[in-house]
Design a protein around this ligand. Structure first.
Ligand SMILES: Cc1cc2nc3c(=O)[nH]c(=O)nc-3n(C[C@H](O)[C@H](O)[C@H](O)COP(=O)(O)OP(=O)(O)OC[C@H]3O[C@@H](n4cnc5c(N)ncnc54)[C@H](O)[C@@H]3O)c2cc1C
Length: 496
């Protein structure tokens, strides 16, 4: 039998991406690998990724995470979607829910039926037919086998890393705390052979995973993969992050509220709230941003705001030679739709499915790069959509409305505007329901739609909508307030 060539995996960086890679690889392929993770206490982590999307539950199920244990340890709350305020215009309000809206036959999605009803003067609000949306608005939540909610989590990023570290170390991951000061390469192939640490220790490996954040110590500083900048589509580049007290009932959703030069987030955890002001430094100074953040916060701050600088874009190659970049070292879309943790958890799973046991080949790396790029570009386009479709009066927003967007996205916008068709591409994260909710929310009005609703008479059609709404209302009425559910199911073990 041919011998396994790649066995020693070295993960550079212990932020959320590094520990997700360590937990994923060790728990899914542990006996076949020898995994070391190096992290630096001096450099620390970015520590702002606190909102997720439902696919995190698939990752957790695969690596056997106990939900209650994880929620207690990370100050976690549940998330049924994202509440958008002031996005298309000041005063607008829409919700991107994680669930399915309504019910439809195979012919076309539900929003077509709703458009048909609306044209006939009834059908209510599109929001009435999403269980997750109505539950979030009512501040309710439940986990029950007869009530399959599509949900994600909000948690403390630092505590999540620690939790994954515990799981990883229990499955044999070796952790070294030190600074990486040098990288050894094979002079002929350019493959990385070892990382040199400040202590003088040399950590050899067969495969290196770069999770060193935006600096991209291996993928960029060593291998010079190159960076494709997306600043012309997604020009925000700064966040002022701050924690506040938690004085209000804890809603199972993230709030994102547009302001004149960007937007701000509010992510409720069990004992505190994470807040941040996202802006573009080309349109707003740091001083103005801080002043704005202080006036907009709903609750008193428990620490001073922290400035985080970032850039949107991607490495031109994610897997180069025997190095794979994951997390911020590989790409960043911008945090609006909480796609970052999802994307690197997908990277871990792609690597597990395409692991180079018998050596790195160009074909394997190219396949991995293609898969990753397609998923990333879908997520990028979905986020750009929110910026492009706005009618706000400020220069920042007018510039976004006027910008040329990627061709595929423009084609999707035109398709929906002309015919009401929305679709989920192969391997794409966001479903038709997500595209429809955001397009409607951003005031994109379709000129046409599929007329399968016209096969029913008015009475039948009204019956369908009434029945759907009654079902949603009935289930929401049965649910528990989110706070009370958390207290009973997963009270935090984090000290207040
Ligand atoms: C403003 C903002 C808000 C965000 N919000 C969300 C969100 O809500 N949801 C979401 O999914 N994502 C979000 N993200 C993205 C998310 O924060 C990151 O994807 C996630 O934290 C992963 O970061 P990372 O592990 O790649 O990098 P980092 O957290 O920067 O970790 C880098 C690691 O590399 C180590 N390191 C670096 N250099 C060296 C060296 N020389 N020697 C040794 N170790 C080294 C560091 O010590 C650290 O451990 C947000 C990002 C930003 C900027």
């Amino acid at each position: 039998m041919t011998a396994q060539v790649i066995k020693k995996v070295v993960i550079a960086g212990g932020g959320t991406a590094g520990w997700c890679a360590a937990a994923g690889l060790s728990r899914l392929m542990g006996p076949l690998l020898d995994i070391t993770l190096i992290e630096s206490a001096d450099i620390g982590i970015i520590g702002v990724g606190e909102a997720t999307i439902p696919t995190i539950r698939t990752f957790h199920a695969l690596i056997n995470v106990d939900e209650q244990d994880f929620m207690k340890a990370t100050n976690g709350t549940f998330k049924l979607g994202i509440d958008f305020e002031n996005w298309a215009r000041d005063g607008d309000h829409y919700f991107h829910s994680f669930g399915v809206t309504g019910k439809a036959p195979w012919m076309a999605p539900f929003h077509n039926l709703w458009l048909e009803a609306r044209a006939q003067g009834f059908g209510g609000s599109f929001d009435d037919y999403s269980l997750e949306l109505q539950a979030a608005r009512a501040g309710k939540f439940q986990i029950h086998k007869n009530l399959p909610l599509s949900y994600a989590y909000q948690f403390d990023a630092g505590l999540y890393g620690k939790y994954l570290r515990k799981l990883s170390e229990a499955t044999g991951v070796k952790r070294i705390e030190d600074n990486i000061t040098g990288v050894d390469q094979n002079p002929e192939t350019g493959f990385i052979t070892a990382l040199i640490l400040a202590s003088g220790e040399v950590v050899e490996g067969d495969l290196f995973i770069d999770c060193t954040g935006f600096r991209g110590l291996l993928i960029e500083q060593t291998l010079k993969a190159g960076w494709e900048d997306w600043g012309h589509w997604l020009p925000t580049d700064r966040a002022l992050a701050v924690q506040t007290r938690s004085d209000k009932p804890i809603k199972p959703s993230t709030r994102v509220i547009a302001h004149g030069e960007g937007w701000r987030w509010r992510i409720p955890l069990q004992t505190r709230v994470g807040n941040g002001l996202i802006y573009s430094s080309a349109y707003l100074s740091d001083e103005e941003a801080e002043e704005r953040l202080r006036t907009l916060l709903d609750e008193p701050m428990v620490a001073e705001p922290r400035l985080v600088k970032y850039k949107t874009g991607r490495r031109k190659t994610f897997w180069d030679k025997n190095c794979i970049a994951m997390g911020l070292s590989s790409s960043f879309v911008e945090p609006l739709e909480s796609t970052s943790i999802h994307l690197f958890q997908r990277s871990v799973l792609h690597l597990v499915q395409n692991f180079p046991f018998f050596g790195v080949t160009d074909a394997l790396a190219a396949h991995y790069n293609d898969l990753s790029l397609q998923e990333l570009e879908y997520a990028r386009d979905f986020v750009i959509l929110h910026y492009k479709l706005n009618q706000r009066p400020e220069t920042f927003w007018k510039d976004r409305a006027a910008m040329a967007v990627p061709d595929d996205l423009q084609a999707r916008i035109d398709l929906f505007r002309e015919s009401g068709v929305a679709f989920q591409g192969p391997g794409e994260l966001f479903r038709v329901d997500s595209w429809a909710q955001v397009m409607f929310g951003q005031r994109l009005e379709p000129r046409g739609w599929h007329r399968f609703g016209a096969f029913m008479n008015r009475e039948e059609l009204t019956g369908v909508f009434d029945g759907l709404k009654k079902t949603v209302d009935h289930f929401v009425a049965q649910m528990t307030p989110h706070d009370a559910f958390i207290k009973q199911y997963c009270p935090t073990t984090v000290e207040r």
